[in-house]
Unconditional design. Structure first.
Lengths: 287, 618, 224
């Protein structure tokens, strides 16, 4: 290759590269805010709790970061299809490029910065209040005001969730109700297989392991209906292990709890003392 | 065919001895533990009997194939030989053969068979999900379908590229006449086939309810179908480990003179990176499932909280294997893409060293991320930021792969052949898979997406979009060399476009379904999600049809049309294409001496390492 | 015969064999479906049906050749014979009067909370006496439809009772308890019902085998 050809070659290359970069930046600059604002906000779980709201924000940021990356790769393929196609049917050799240190270093710097940003951002979002995920018996990330949190125990069993309220004498109910605008501390445990307590609108998910107290913090907002599903394969009726609950105003919650104590009063004397987890006596029952 | 020819060490003997072995084990098992009142009728409860049956069945199967002949002959003082390799003719494909090219073809067909069974399960799953609660299958049978689909695909497709293609082309690429351990090579294949057959028998033992992860204690509650799962994955683990050892030994020790590390084709680097993962991760799988077997039979209680065990132990050990496993599935896909792009863009691989470090980086990092599967399990909650960081870190080496791949297209002369289309589709699919993975690696976002259809769509994008698409790229690319016949290009293009569109149309809605509260493996869903589910189901049926189209193309091209392929139809400069098609039994008459790297496209061709036979285009 | 014809024949045969195998494979998944049993309408009453079921400790080789020692529910046909079906069809917004004859002993509950009947119209009645709550070591089984909020613990046959039923079918002269209750079906839909008592012998937590198989201790309620 002559040096003159090489010069014009690299000039052509630079101009192609500039065209691509300009296209990418332009499309990203338009697409990123649109995606973040319009699509990102649509991404559930909604505003059922503070944790859910911060998850929506989290999803919005991740969508915003993903958009330029998505545009880059897809645009590159489309750009290559327009600029570098060979439809002659003959084998024609391409440019013998084997790498470019500047591009390589730049790519490493940009991707590293993106990754570091996402890790730091995710960590900040997580450490504030635990982000609605199960944290095990000793929660590492506790929101403020946790001393006054309302304890609610979630007991997974094959195949139904039941709920205990230690603040109301340990009454157990088959339905989940929570007071509005309250910090709630769920204690999720199981009596048999591994389940996962997924209170969708609250943005809460925590595995229910036998003999383990899995703590989740969530601060409820206004009244709403909650859909509870099991999110970990737990056997035959895993797909049917769902129910609905509600977040209700504080006064209504107190009345509801009182009613539960009356309704399930007869069985209270047989319930074990409230504990973080239970090891039921008939471990291996013979029929 | 005379009856005499059926007697001897062949597949028929192997099947007969396998069945005999099963019943011997079954009989012994019932004498160790016969708790059933109906000795012959009760198939679901005697785990010892079923597991012993499987174990002895595998021994009988391998003995019937002739795997014991050589060790016994050596013990009796006969000299070492590779007699199994010397046969010619079609029957060598039906038995123990140590020719790496025969094993490659066997892998392709064997894996294809189980791939289609797994796919059939997927069709049945999507059928059941046509309505919010359909009851086409009883709940337990649905879980078995889900479990069989996942286990079959994860277990068998682990060897999806290393089995057929690495076995076939790595010795050719590095200028060797065989793999380092030819008998072990054949063993890995027949172990995998035995494993697949065992897994299929799960349906006779009540199926299993756990999905492919087999979480305890549900694992221990399950019917004897669970034993099929445990034995299957244990055998797959052994097969994977041996396959990895063989690949590492071959690539490290058997390279032709002049094939330095910096001249090694990128596909071999990908195979090496995968093989390292296989060797390190697969033993964990075999160990954890053996422990689960002991829990089910010998009441050891490793994982049973009722007797002091821990389900967390199972989850940790399983994912210590399980996360490297998904990269065992993904890295060969990277390698195929990076190997094929230079051929069809007519350019050297851009940033070779960077691509190599990307592949090796993924394989190293993949051992440090497993707890992101357990973010909400309540295990080590203060380590979550670390696992979030290490998981997101994997996007660095993956990003290098993307950069090298994309830049290889830059100013190329791209030919849109069928394999190239599949490689380009990989960029799109794996991009979506990777970006959705960012949501799952981020703890706050993972709280909603974990265990939902979102994560299911994510790993289908990475594994189906990453592995299966490149699996087909490899088929369209190398089968002309392997068989000597062309695959029909027009049908191939129809297959590609129907598969690509149907695949995206199937799995894109599943992201939304997952975000909108549909858990994985659940047989019911909110009635408001029916439209999206129906959309996904119908697309999935189209996807299934596109697979049948491929099968039709395969049979049509290889059985009916039989157009002899050019020895080098893609004008590739890689060593395997310089050989005649099909490749002669001993590959190379003289071991070639390598004098340059395999990616010197963009310049006039240098003389090939091996004189190209007549008809070669290079 | 030309080569092409022979190839076509070969491929055709291959497709036929594959088709048969696929058919058998799919059929294998369907066999677990027990036939749906339509609840008997109560004479002269709109929107009231009755269902008579029994629970047996071992279902016996006659009704379940593969699992003769599994515990199971059975349902009574109109002609009085007992059938192993756990898929029941009932009308929407109707009262369902259920009678359970229990021939099985006590197993006890893992969660004592499930010993209190709930979601019924009226009370659960055992051998003529109403039940408020059953102590956790008592229940032999439960009949529960969690999505309808229905839960009924089933009282056990005492260990010392004479003339215990070994294998189904059991005769009514054998020791048994009679449980009756009524629940209201809601809107149309598919619900599941199950037993909450860990009554499957030999499985971890007593929750394997019959407890995880439709047709034994689990079934569907189809409200149409």
């Amino acid at each position: 290759m002559t040096s003159a050809a090489a010069t014009s070659d690299s000039a052509a290359e630079r101009s192609l590269g500039r065209t691509f970069l300009v296209l990418w930046l332009a499309i990203s600059a338009v697409a990123t805010p649109l995606v973040a604002v319009f699509v990102g906000r649509l991404i559930p779980p909604g505003n059922g709790s503070e944790q859910a709201t911060s998850q929506v924000f989290d999803n919005q940021v991740l969508m915003a970061v993903s958009t330029p990356i998505f545009v880059f790769v897809v645009l590159f393929i489309v750009f290559a299809a327009f600029a570098f196609s060979n439809r002659t049917g003959e084998v024609v050799e391409g440019a013998p490029l084997r790498g470019n240190m500047r591009i390589q270093v730049l790519w490493m710097v940009v991707t590293t910065a993106t990754v570091l940003f996402m890790a730091v951002f995710g960590t900040i979002e997580l450490v504030g209040d635990g982000a609605g995920g199960g944290q095990g018996p000793t929660a590492a990330f506790v929101p403020s005001g946790s001393k006054d949190a309302l304890d609610v125990q979630v007991i997974g069993q094959q195949w139904e969730f039941t709920y205990r309220y230690p603040s109301a004498g340990g009454v157990e109910t088959p339905r989940l109700e929570l007071p509005a605008n309250t910090l709630v501390r769920f204690h999720v445990t199981s009596l048999d297989a591994v389940h996962s307590f997924w209170a969708y609108e609250l943005g809460v998910k925590a595995d229910a392991n036998p003999g383990t107290d899995n703590v989740v913090y969530v601060r409820t907002k206004g009244p709403l209906t909650i859909h509870v599903r099991c999110a970990e394969l737990c056997g035959l009726w895993h797909g049917y292990m769902f129910d609905t609950g509600a977040v209700v105003p504080k006064a209504a919650f107190a009345t509801w709890l009182q009613r539960q104590r009356t309704m399930y009063g007869p069985v209270m004397r047989y319930l074990p003392k409230y504990a973080p987890s239970y090891v039921p006596d008939p471990q291996l029952r013979a029929g | 065919m005379s009856v005499r020819r059926l007697i001897g060490f062949n597949l028929l003997t192997a099947i007969v001895l396998g069945i005999v072995g099963y019943y011997v084990g079954w009989f012994i098992g019932h004498h160790i533990d016969a708790e059933s009142i109906e000795y012959f009728a009760d198939t679901d409860q005697n785990d010892i009997s079923v597991l012993l049956g499987y174990a002895l069945g595998v021994v009988g199967f391998l003995a019937g194939l002739g795997f014991l002949n050589y060790p016994f002959a050596r013990m009796r003082g006969y000299p070492p030989s590779l007699r199994e390799k010397e046969t010619e003719g079609a029957t060598r494909y039906l038995g123990l053969c140590t020719d790496h090219k025969v094993v490659g073809m066997q892998y392709l067909c064997g894996i294809g068979l189980f791939f289609f069974i797994g796919g059939l399960n997927a069709m049945l799953i999507r059928f059941e999900l046509l309505r919010p609660s359909m009851q086409a299958f009883p709940a337990g049978q649905y879980l078995t379908l889900v479990g069989l689909h996942g286990t079959m695909m994860m277990g068998i497709m682990t060897s999806g590229i290393l089995g057929p293609f690495a076995n076939y082309v790595v010795p050719l690429m590095i200028g060797a006449r065989r793999m380092a351990f030819p008998r072990i090579e054949a063993l890995t294949f027949w172990l995998l086939m035995a494993a697949g057959a065992i897994l299929t028998t799960a349906i006779f033992f009540g199926g299993f309810p756990t999905g492919w992860t087999g979480y305890q204690p549900l694992n221990d509650q399950a019917n004897a179908g669970m034993d099929a799962y445990l034995m299957f994955f244990t055998l797959v683990g052994i097969s994977m480990c041996l396959l990895g050892v063989n690949m590492i030994a071959t690539i490290v020790t058997m390279r032709a003179p002049g094939l330095t590390w910096s001249r090694l084709p990128i596909f071999c680097w990908g195979v090496l990176a995968t093989a390292i993962l296989m060797v390190l991760a697969a033993p964990v799988l075999a160990a954890v499932l053996s422990m689960a077997m002991l829990d089910r039979t010998a009441q050891t209680s490793f994982f049973l909280p009722s007797n002091g065990g821990s389900p967390y132990l199972y989850e940790n050990l399983f994912w210590v294997f399980g996360h490297p496993e998904v990269y065992i599935l993904a890295i060969p896909g990277f390698a195929i893409v990076l190997e094929l792009l230079p051929v069809f863009a007519r350019k050297p691989l851009w940033g070779y060293r960077m691509a190599v470090s990307g592949l090796l980086g993924v394989s190293v990092l993949s051992f440090f991320v497993w707890q992101h599967h357990l973010f909400v399990s309540g295990i080590s909650s203060d380590l979550r930021p670390f696992y979030m960081f290490s998981t997101e870190l994997i996007s660095l080496p993956t990003g290098l792969t993307f950069l090298c791949g994309l830049m290889t297209l830059w100013r190329g002369q791209i030919r849109y052949t069928v394999p190239m289309l599949f490689c380009l589709a990989w960029f799109f699919n794996f991009l979506i898979g990777g970006l959705s993975g960012v949501f799952l690696s981020d703890v706050p976002s993972d709280t909603t997406t974990h265990g939902s259809f979102f994560s299911m769509a994510h790993f289908h994008y990475t594994i189906m979009g990453g592995l299966v698409f490149t699996f087909f790229a490899a088929i369209y690319y190398w089968v002309p060399k392997m068989t000597g016949f062309e695959l029909n290009e027009r049908l191939g293009k129809i297959h590609f476009w129907s598969m690509f569109l149907a695949f995206n149309s199937t799995f894109m809605p599943l992201f939304a379904i997952g975000f909108l509260d549909q858990p994985r493996r659940a047989v019911t869903y909110r009635s408001s999600l029916q439209f999206l589910n129906d959309w996904a189901s119908v697309s999935a049926f189209v996807l299934g049809a596109s697979m049948l189209l491929f099968l039709g193309n395969f049979i049509y091209s290889l059985v009916f049309a039989r157009i002899p392929a050019d020895p080098n139809p893609w004008a590739s400069r890689s060593l395997e294409w310089q050989l005649p098609s099909p490749v002669p039994v001993h590959n190379f008459d003289r071991i070639p001496v390598i004098s340059g790297d395999p990616y010197d496209y963009g310049q006039p061709a240098r003389p090939a390492a091996v004189p190209a036979p007549a008809g070669g285009t290079t | 015969m030309t080569t092409t014809a022979r190839k076509l024949l070969g491929v055709g045969l291959g497709i036929a064999v594959a088709g048969v195998l696929i058919g058998l494979y799919i059929a294998n998944y369907l066999v677990g479906n027990t036939p749906s049993f339509r609840a008997t309408p109560v004479a002269a009453k709109q929107r009231e049906v009755s269902l008579t079921i029994q629970t047996v400790a071992a279902v016996g080789p006659q009704l379940a050749p593969n699992h003769p020692d599994w515990v199971s529910y059975l349902v009574r046909r109109q002609n009085g014979s007992w059938e192993r079906s756990t898929v029941y069809t009932v009308p929407a917004n109707a009262l369902v009067h259920v009678t359970i004859y229990n021939f099985d002993g006590a197993s006890g509950l893992r969660n004592p909370f499930l010993g209190q009947p709930r979601g019924l119209v009226g009370r659960e009645v055992v051998d003529g006496k109403p039940v408020t709550v059953m102590p956790p070591d008592q229940p032999s089984h439960t009949f529960a439809i969690p999505q309808l909020g229905v839960l009924v613990p089933v009282a056990p046959v005492g260990d010392d009772a004479k003339n215990q039923c070994g294998y189904a079918p059991c005769s009514m002269s054998m020791a048994h308890r009679t449980v009756t209750f009524t629940f209201r079906t809601g809107k149309k839909g598919h619900y599941r019902w199950q037993c909450f008592v860990p009554c499957a012998a030999g499985f971890e937590y007593g929750f394997g085998g019959a407890m995880q198989t439709v047709g034994y201790m689990d079934g569907y309620i189809n409200v149409v």
